[in-house]
Structures are given as C-alpha cells and as structure tokens.
Design a protein around this ligand. Structure first.
Ligand code: PMM
Length: 267
C-alpha cells in the first residue's frame, strides 16, 4: 500500500503532494513502482497537527481519488470521518482506512457497512494532540494484550454495524498512543494479533521510533527522510510473518525487498 498524503503537514512527506495534480502524479508513480493499493489521506495525524475542516479534507482527497480510481487504481481513503468516507466511496475508493477504528466518528462504520468496501480498523486511543498521554500499557500482557483486546472491541462494533468479518483488516497502529518501546514489542507480538484470524496491515514506514533507533552519538533522532533503509529492513522482517499488507512511502524499496525475500524463501 503506497501512501499519498494530500496534506501540507504530514510528518513524513508533508506538503510534497498537496495539490491535486501533484498527488495524482505521485499516485501514478507509486503504481508504476508496484503498489497494489493507494492510500489517499487529507488529514495529518502527526502529534500536534491541527485538524482540517471536513470540507477541506473532502476537497483535498475526493478529486485525487476520483482521478486515480477512474484510471483503474485500487484506492483506499485514509480518514476518520464518515462524511469524507462517504464522498470518497462515491468517488471510487473501495477501502476505508480508519486510523481510529470507528472511535472518532462511529457513523463511519455505518457508511462502510452500507458499501462493499474493505474496512481497515486500526488500534487508536485518541487524537494526536493528546495521544502521548494515552501510551500506558501496564495491564497483564502489556501492549500486545491491550492492543489485541481493544481491537477485539472495535471488531465487535464494526460487525454490529453490519460490516462482515471478511471485509475487515486489522492494524496495530504503530506510533499511535505508543512509545518507541511499545512499537517494538508490538512488532514482535504481531503473531498474537494474527491469531485473531484477520488480515493484518502494518505501517512502520519512516516513523519516529525508527528515527530513535538510528539516533546519532548525541542522541539526535535520524531525520524523517533518512529512515528508508530501516523501513526496508522492517518490511522484510514483518513480511516474513506473513502479514497481508505494508503501508509504505517508498514502494520501489518495499517491492525490491519483497522480491528478494521471495527468492530467498524459494531457496
Ligand atoms: N500511519 C499513518 C497514517 N495512516 N494508517 C494505517 N492503517 N496504519 C498506519 O500505521 C498509519 C495510517 C501516519 O503516517 P503518515 O504520516 O506517513 O501517513
């Protein structure tokens, strides 16, 4: 899954594809690099980001989705808002990637249920302005048990709204209400989430826990645009677990890594 952030302020690529033409060109580029799905978003979820108005978010994503879907791309809309999901689906999106798992705007579950779309249900505890305070996982089983239990609750809500289980994909939500150590524990604990029997999507690409692991001698985290090799290493490690999808910015690097892993596994 290739990321197309049509935002002025995303942590990873903010502002680079903020006009519809630039976003469409980027989407086409990611398809040429081998993306199966384009994930198009109009709201930055980085810590401290200000939320756009609904109309602003719609204006950012809907024209881009319409153009790319009309050209045959499989399009996911990255949104927590029911109104945006509704218009994105009408414009040709076939997947709703809701980083809040239905918590931010529960009506989004009804919108997805009324469509044929796939629902990506991510683990989330709150909006980015206060998610750092929510990164506490002190119960038995720690972060893996908590994420698993909270995702189960979200699955129940999604299914109660009428989304069939075959249309649900789970995502551990790396970096969302999680400290760096939580992300690493969750990555090692992915098999416990796979036991739930749903396809798993994982988004580690360029995230700050990789910046921390690559910090320099003074403890300065590695800059966001210089975390690609670590991202690619994680692509291989996570792919070896047999996850369904990887959400990445550099599709070519991920494709090359996956091809190499495939050849490795052929022996
Ligand atoms: N991460 C971001 C945005 N959307 N969606 C899913 N399903 N999983 C993620 O991990 C995820 C996401 C934040 O990263 P970005 O600013 O690079 O888009």
């Amino acid at each position: 899954m290739g990321v197309v952030n049509v935002t002025p302020d995303s942590f990873s690529d903010g502002g680079r594809w903020a006009t519809p033409d630039a976003a469409v060109a980027h989407g086409r580029d990611l398809l040429a690099q081998g993306a199966d799905i384009l994930d198009i978003g109009g709201e930055s979820t980085r810590p401290g980001a200000t939320r756009p108005l609904v109309a602003e978010e719609v204006d950012r994503v809907v024209p881009v989705i319409g153009t790319l879907a009309a050209q045959g791309a499989r399009v996911s809309v990255d949104t927590m808002r029911s109104e945006v999901a509704e218009q994105a689906l009408a414009a040709g999106a076939t997947m709703v990637n809701d980083v809040s798992g239905g918590l931010a705007d529960p009506r989004i579950l009804d919108v997805v249920a009324a469509s044929e779309a796939t629902y990506v249900c991510m683990h989330w505890r709150g909006h980015s302005d206060h998610m750092a305070e929510l990164a506490a996982y002190d119960g038995p089983g720690g972060v893996v048990a908590a994420v698993r239990a909270e995702l189960c609750q979200r699955i129940e809500s999604a299914m109660a709204a009428g989304i069939p289980r075959q249309r649900i994909v789970l995502d551990p939500g790396l970096g969302f209400a999680k400290a760096a150590r939580h992300n690493w524990t969750l990555l090692r604990g992915l098999p416990a989430l796979q036991e739930l029997g749903f396809p798993l999507l994982v988004g580690a690409s360029r995230k700050s826990f990789l910046g921390t692991v690559l910090a320099d001698a003074d403890g300065q985290p590695r800059a966001v645009d210089d975390r690609e090799h670590a991202t690619t290493a994680l692509t291989v490690l996570v792919a070896q677990l047999g996850v369904w999808g990887l959400r990445v910015h550099d599709v070519r690097a991920a494709r090359d890594a996956l091809r190499t892993l495939e050849r490795w596994e052929e022996g």
